[in-house]
Design a protein around this ligand. Structure first.
Ligand code: ATP
Ligand code: MG
Length: 503
């Protein structure tokens, strides 16, 4: 294998060029006897890598953190960045990449991080490692989200090692290679704002604006203030992200400001959960005693986090009024995006007459339906896939709701809803509605018990199911008859799974 098949690194990377106030150079700590667990051909392709590279020992060593030397022969100079943040609503002070080490930036502009690659100056009391169990969840869920069309950090590879890592019990180590155009978080801005490091704050904002939000430089809105326009653009991206999370039933679990991406990506797959039975107040993080990050509070929390970002950017914006105005966009973009998402799930395209929030169909159909799903503890994903099938199979507008009635206790209320729904659906093109539903309602999401199934196999040494599940999750809207079980109701034991917060 010749060297040109390996990723081509761009030195210094754009983040690296910010200078030493932002990070510490260091090498990953090698692990004993690394082995592959799974790789993502889709991420490899996105990065423009030669797919054969992922088959090489060089790739295995590099992505396990074992190819160490300073600087490495391929020109990488790995680093860990410093950030701060609010955790569970409280200022936590300095945090940073305590177990994620950035290998560098590829020539196509992708930053590559190894999560679980050893201690860094920001590890505080931690061991710098991640366990196989949580790494499988992160690897699969990043890729599942991408295939669902939800902005996210990507995963290129997952490697494991027999190295023991102490959590509640002894587990083994794993390393996720994750990829993003930027790993900068709200917490990076909070870090420099809290220390009154204005020059660094400005340099960071300028970098992110120039690379990812260049339109903010010339925008005339908000008195032409580039930083206010930047805050507004981040607020809008975050609003659209949250709309997608809520529509697919994704509970993040640790929405601290250090886990909020400045690009509006889903980042940090810890105790996340896709809802099984619809429960608006569901709390997936067992350490979240107050229910701060309950499913139905996520949109509000995102706004709270944006407010922290706004405070951090205030010295640059230099106007409280413009800061508030920039944040305000969240309050219109989120409801509009969420309504569009939910109506799409029902096969109802956006109305030319008005944007979705003003669309009476939201109040007429979505709110009552969510109430029915909650009252009857109906499986969220299965409800929508059954509804999609029912609409696809409708004969001359007659929908057979029986497969849906089967999973609902209070049928009278559902029958009334289905009548209203049929009337609304009759007003749009049937083929278009069926097509929209097909694209909006996944058959497969990474439910806890599915993750647990492949984790148990992997812990027993069988990694094939991880790769198989990846293939299914990469095409979540297809039916994959061979894997029909994975689209079914969760087994009884699913309720006994406790997703440990120690990852
Ligand atoms: N095992 C560990 N060793 C060292 N630091 C850790 C460890 N686990 C978490 N941390 C650090 O604690 C802070 C909060 O952790 P959190 O669970 O949000 O992040 P994470 O899962 O490590 O990573 P990321 O947000 O990069 O996906 C971060 O600074 C993180 O790097
Ligand atoms: Mg984190």
């Amino acid at each position: 294998m010749n060297e040109s098949t390996a990723p081509q690194w761009h030195r210094p990377g754009r983040f690296e060029a910010l200078g030493p106030a932002f990070f510490t150079y260091l090498q990953p700590t090698p692990v004993p006897a690394p082995h592959w667990v799974a790789t993502s051909a889709s991420t490899s392709q996105l990065m423009g890598l030669n797919p054969e590279w992922l088959q090489t020992d060089e790739a295995l060593q590099t992505l396990s953190g074992n190819a160490v030397s300073v600087p490495s022969p391929d020109g990488r100079k790995p680093l860990a960045s410093v950030y701060s943040g609010h955790q569970f609503g409280v200022w936590a002070g300095q945090l940073g990449d305590g177990r994620a080490i950035m290998l560098g930036e590829t020539s196509l502009g992708f930053e590559v991080q190894l999560k679980g690659a050893g201690r860094t100056p920001y590890s505080r009391g931690g061991d710098g490692r991640a366990v196989l169990r949580s790494s499988i969840r992160e690897f699969l869920c990043s890729e599942a989200m991408a295939a669902l069309g939800i902005p996210t950090t990507r995963a290129l590879a997952l490697t494991g090692s027999p190295l023991s890592v102490a959590r509640e019990t002894l587990e083994t180590a794993a390393i996720v290679t994750r990829v993003a155009e930027s790993f900068v978080r709200f917490g990076h801005f909070e870090h420099f704002a809290a220390r009154d490091m204005q020059e660094e704050l400005k340099a960071l904002a300028d970098l992110i604006i120039d690379q990812h939000y260049p339109e903010c430089r010339t925008a005339t809105a908000l008195q032409g203030n580039a930083y206010a326009n930047f805050l507004q653009a981040v607020s809008e991206r975050t609003a659209r992200l949250l709309a997608q999370w809520q529509a697919v039933g994704f509970c993040h679990g640790v929405m601290n400001t250090d886990n909020m991406s400045i690009l509006g990506l889903t980042i940090d797959y810890g105790p996340f959960q896709f809802l099984d039975a619809f429960d608006p107040g569901h709390v997936c993080n067992h350490s979240d005693n107050q229910g701060r990050y309950a499913f139905n509070r996520q949109p509000q929390v995102a706004y709270w986090n944006l407010y922290c970002l706004g405070q951090a950017l205030l010295p640059l914006i230099d106007s409280e009024e413009l800061t508030i105005a920039a944040l305000d966009s969240y309050k219109t973009v989120f409801p509009a995006a969420y309504a569009t998402q939910m109506l799409s799930k029902l096969g109802l395209p956006e109305d030319a007459a008005g944007t979705a929030p003003a669309d009476g169909r939201f109040a007429l159909l979505v709110n009552p339906l969510l109430q029915i799903l909650a009252d009857n503890k109906v499986d969220y994903t299965i409800f929508f896939t059954r509804l999609t099938e029912a609409v696809q199979q409708a004969q001359e507008g007659n929908i057979d709701f029986e497969p849906l009635r089967d999973i609902i206790l209070d049928r009278a209320t559902f029958d009334a809803w289905s009548l209203t729904y049929s009337e609304q659906l009759a007003q749009v093109d049937q083929a278009q509605a069926a097509d929209l539903m097909q694209k909006s309602n996944p058959c497969f999401v990474l439910r806890n018990h599915l993750g647990e199934t492949v984790i148990r196999a992997a812990q027993g040494g069988d990694f094939a199911p991880v790769q198989q599940m990846l293939a299914v999750l990469h095409a979540p809207y297809d039916s994959h008859p061979a894997y029909a079980d994975w689209a079914g109701f969760p087994p009884d034991w699913a309720t006994t799974i406790e997703i440990s917060c120690s990852s």
